[in-house]
Write a new protein. Structure first.
Lengths: 114, 114
DNA sequence: CAGCATCCAACACGATACTG
DNA sequence: CAGTATCGTGTTGGATGCTG
């Protein structure tokens, strides 16, 4: 009988019990997160810049992924009290601590995709 | 109008055009891949060992994820012509080239999940 | 400008039963 | 032992239209 516990759905808590790798991968592995992180690694960007820089992303998904990464403390959302409104996104300290890993992943990917 | 090309679905080809990071993350980022890779990093294992070592995984998902990683060249499937049958899974050279990155991800995760 | 709300299709995933 | 087949469902994500 392969059913050790009651919570069978995938969530961060489940994963945490297993190992940090899963936590890391669910944190950066979202559908559009690589694309976003890739851009933000090069410096802060405003919402419309991100949207225009990432091909095919819908605003719905862009916002969802940004919110998740904000919640996870990877990025900062900075709202300027201006008209028209301006919002910028920027890596946090925690987000920047991922830089070398993101670079490694990117390099590995470039070398290994045929 | 945000629709540059016709193939709007997510696939490796799409991602490749963007950057290696997405390729890397879709390659190792499956639902059970971290758990599998984590085990196989420590040495070859047979199917039943993997199944028993990973809590809550169904055989269906285990096989699906193993097949994907085999297809991506990360792991090797070794079938012994014996009765009862024996199948072992092992990291390939390409898979092993991921080791330091997997370690980094794991360490980052352990440090950053609260 | 920077989003949010709603709807809906596709897919991922689990449960269960069966097999070479 | 090491899987496969089938089914049902919850989630993911795209399309579209609306808003402070």
């Amino acid at each position: 009988m392969r059913k050790e516990n009651s919570t069978n759905t995938l969530n961060k808590q489940n994963l945490e019990k297993e190992c940090g790798m899963s936590y890391a991968l669910t944190t950066i592995g979202g559908r559009w997160k690589p694309a976003i992180l890739w851009r933000l690694c090069k410096g802060k960007m405003r919402y419309s810049e991100l949207r225009d820089a990432i091909p095919n992303v819908t605003e719905r998904m862009l916002v969802l992924q940004l919110r998740e990464m904000e919640k996870d403390g990877l990025i900062k959302r900075i709202v300027y009290a201006e008209v028209p409104p301006r919002v910028e996104y920027e890596m946090t300290v925690k987000g920047n601590s991922l830089r070398p890993i993101l670079k490694s992943l990117s390099d590995w990917g470039d070398e290994n995709r045929l």
